[in-house]
Design a protein around this ligand. Structure first.
Ligand code: PEP
Ligand code: MN
Length: 337
């Protein structure tokens, strides 16, 4: 249920409604829009009829039931789009944010070189994995905290904010200390205890769609984070598993406009993990921009032939620079329409 306040409702009236919601056993999630405040009420569905009583309070315009199973994530629960702030960067504000960097942090030299390439190309956020979810236990598992320290160094040297994956509850504190954005990978999209834990973090979260996750399931996973207190969530389409074997996954490009219509959260695309091959990263990035995504996250490596993970889908520096120029040019043309 959402409670829509009247235009010009006072802080006192809003506060009164919030306290009342809490007194009847629900959580109140106010969203203060330019025009008016909307208060999302989250709790046991069975008693929600009593929330309509709020219509008798001064300053309240109406109560509206949210029929979707995801409540705070649904478009109805907010006025306008959520804008996720990472330093001075605003994601979901109409721009096209580019996150780039290696799949894994491998060494100081590789991380620093990658960071300078990403900076030179003009990307907005530097990526690099320190905890790696690998299909095989014999594959490189990541440099862990030592890798996080290198990421921090790269952040300091370039001034770029950084994003890195967190795989389990026990690592959340250490990862949050080093990163600007916490990434939840495709394999953890339904790790509900991790989602609840990440909901207690103060830093923004990038939530990747799983390879077998429906759009509704992805939104329910986002709901875990929002309902635990963190509303700074970016969704990421990274390809799903289909019968097609020509690509690593099938990029569900239609997920972008579908998500945009269902939720106020920003949506980005990961063409690298979708395609599984560097050759398709530029055309799929263009598709992401054209379809209305808020950005992309791509893999870039100083020498992909030597990468310890995901080398075949990583762009070498020249290809990355060309992609950046191409996308910025295309963005200008689109914005001029
Ligand atoms: C990654 O970003 O390197 C990664 C493992 O992605 P995904 O969770 O989408 O597979
Ligand atoms: Mn990868």
């Amino acid at each position: 249920m959402i409670i829509v306040m009247k235009r010009g409702a006072t802080e006192e009236q809003i506060d009164h409604v919030i306290k009342w919601i809490e007194s009847v056993g629900y959580q109140a999630h106010p969203s203060r829009g330019v025009e008016r405040t909307i208060i999302g009420c989250v709790g046991d569905d069975r008693g929600k009829a009593q929330l309509t009583y709020a219509e008798s309070f001064s300053g309240v315009e109406k109560t509206v039931p949210i029929l979707k199973p995801y409540k705070l994530t649904s478009r109805e629960s907010r006025e306008g789009d959520t804008v996720v702030r990472v330093g001075d960067l605003q994601i979901g504000q109409g721009g096209f944010v580019i996150m780039a960097g290696p799949c894994s942090i491998e060494s100081e030299a590789q991380m620093m070189e990658s960071a300078y390439i990403v900076k030179k190309g003009g990307a907005d956020i530097l990526r690099g994995g320190a905890y790696k979810p690998r299909t095989s236990p014999y594959s490189f598992q990541g440099m862990e905290e030592e890798g996080l320290k290198l990421l921090k160094k790269a952040r300091e040297k370039t001034g770029l904010p950084v994003i890195t994956e967190v795989m389990s509850n026990t690592e959340v504190d250490v990862v949050e200390e080093y990163t600007d954005v916490l990434q939840i990978g495709a394999r953890n999209v339904q790790n509900f205890s991790l989602l609840k834990r990440i909901g207690k973090c103060k830093k923004p979260v990038l939530l990747k769609r799983g390879m077998m996750t429906t759009i509704e399931e992805l939104l329910m996973s986002a709901e875990y984070i929002l309902s635990s207190g963190n509303s700074q969530v970016i969704l990421c389409e990274r390809g799903i598993r289909t019968f097609e074997t020509a690509t690593r996954n099938t990029l569900d490009i239609s997920a972008v406009p579908v998500l945009k219509s269902l939720t106020h959260l920003p949506v980005i695309v990961d063409p690298s993990h979708a395609a599984g091959l560097w050759r398709y990263v530029l055309p799929l990035s263009r598709a992401a921009l054209a379809v209305g995504a808020d950005g992309i996250i791509i893999e870039v490596h100083p020498d992909p032939s030597k990468a310890v993970s995901d080398g075949v889908q990583s762009l070498k520096p020249e290809k990355f620079y060309a992609l950046m120029e191409d996308l910025r040019h295309m963005e200008k043309i689109l914005r001029a329409q």
